[in-house]
Design a binder for this molecule. Structure first.
Ligand SMILES: Cc1ncc(COP(=O)(O)O)c(C=O)c1O
Length: 428
């Protein structure tokens, strides 16, 4: 597909503008203003030699010439709707390349399996999304890949110590192939300093080409309010199910990074078959057109709602990024790496699970459901829902308390949400 313009003269177009056009040439699709859904499993080759040549590139048997068209083969390998989506996804983060997956977990697991081998030890920040934690703690050990965690708020010395402990665990044969961070962490909004992880990876790795990759789950703030690649991450991962999809009507994921890293992950994706389907890719192209409007509106509403709840007598604490003390370590990380506070935050009620459940059951407009980043506001109970499998001890250590309720603020009018929250709090 022909790439469209990025600049008008010296003027650089912004991602929110490019979401309407980048990577798609209407001339190639009967003048259609929108990219069609290429709902195909397979694509016709012009000749047998062309088919052989395309397959050689897809399987890494030979490198693509700079001017060579990669060629469409089969939708597990490539598909025009996916490729246009992937081109557009690179723009916000300034990545060389991107890949789209059937879910955020497909993006995470395929990326990890690309870089980790039996005997290796992965270093990761906690808290992390329950599915990620399950992958690291329960599934990967079955394949000889172990993990060691460090708290999201850890300072440099603590992360370095964790790295050294991971190296001891890995012994002579193993490696530390990657450091994985979810920042802000779901559900506490604890921030991991991405530049710090990069410094630790660089200072501890024996050789430059063996450096642990820094992989960041950017689901909660990306792509508008945080771009991890600009702060030292090698790979930025998304659950596109959340803000990017934005309408709670699809499941998808992506990873972004250098052309070389993405090419390695693409081989794993092709064989595992973890790519997104063309229809979902097309829905995501639609969603990208309004992404910046949706994220801005929900962030504005979240600020109004959070300010209203800040000193509420039924609430013991509120974990909204906009309230961080700028002099604190977390506040400094926020100023250095985030461009906005987003619209997902947690409140900790006075009391425990019964109070949290009474509040959740009383909500009228805000839906009681897991997930976040949709146009509608959602509330959930992480300790009993998304993080139910995390041990009680780990939940206590990370602050996933029985009285914690996570709110994802949508695009409704904030005054209406406040009315709903007030009447539910009154029932606690
Ligand atoms: C931070 C984070 N990462 C990854 C995932 C997994 O995404 P998916 O449900 O699209 O597989 C989630 C899902 O809630 C999440 O919150």
């Amino acid at each position: 597909m022909k790439r469209t313009i990025l600049n008008i003269g010296a003027h650089r177009l912004q991602p929110s503008t490019l979401m309407m056009s980048y990577g798609f040439d209407p001339k190639l699709s009967e003048g259609a203003i929108k990219c069609p859904i290429f709902q195909n499993s397979t694509f016709a080759f012009e000749s047998a030699a062309a088919g052989k040549s395309f397959m050689q590139i897809a399987y890494g048997i030979r490198d693509r010439e700079p001017s060579e068209d990669p060629g469409l083969i089969y939708s597990r390998i490539n598909n025009p709707t996916l490729e246009i989506l992937e081109d557009r996804l690179t723009l916000w983060d300034g990545a060389e390349n991107a890949l789209a997956f059937g879910s955020g977990m497909a993006a995470i697991s395929t990326t990890i399996l690309t870089f980790a081998r039996p005997g290796d030890v992965i270093l990761y920040s906690t808290p992390a999304y329950g599915g990620t934690e399950f992958l690291f703690e329960k599934l990967l050990p079955q394949f000889g890949i172990r993990s060691l965690s460090f708290p999201a708020r850890a300072l440099e010395e603590e992360v370095t110590l964790a790295y050294d402990r991971a190296e001891q665990l890995a012994g002579e044969a193993g490696r530390i192939p990657l450091i994985f961070a979810e920042t802000p962490a779901n559900p506490t909004n604890d921030l991991v300093d991405i530049a710090l992880l990069r410094r630790v990876a660089e200072s501890r790795s024996p050789r430059r080409d063996q450096r642990a990759k820094v992989i960041v789950d950017n689901t909660l703030l990306g792509p508008l309010w945080q771009q991890p690649l600009k702060h030292g991450a090698d790979i930025s991962i998304y659950s596109l199910t959340k803000y990017v999809g934005g309408h709670s009507d699809l499941i998808a994921g992506s990873c972004l990074g250098t052309a070389a890293d993405i090419a390695s992950i693409q081989v794993m994706r092709t064989i595992l078959g973890t790519m997104v389907d063309p229809h979902t890719a097309w829905l995501l192209l639609r969603s990208l057109e309004t992404l910046s409007i949706r994220m801005r509106k929900s962030a504005e509403s979240a600020a109004i709602v959070a300010n209203h709840l800040r000193n509420h007598k039924k609430i013991a604490a509120i974990q909204y990024l906009g309230f961080l003390d700028t002099e604190s370590e977390q506040g400094k990380t926020f100023s250095a790496q985030c461009e906005g506070a987003g619209s997902t935050f947690s409140i900790i009620l006075h009391g425990g699970e019964p109070e949290a459940f009474r509040f959740l059951d009383a909500l009228q407009i805000i839906k009681l459901a897991v997930s976040l980043g949709g146009t509608e506001s959602l509330a959930s109970h992480p300790a009993g829902m998304t993080h139910v499998d995390v041990s009680e001890r780990a939940k206590q250590t990370c602050g996933i308390l029985p009285s914690l309720v996570r709110l994802s603020i949508g695009v409704e009018e904030p005054e209406d949400l406040i009315a709903d929250l007030e009447q539910a709090l009154a029932k606690v």
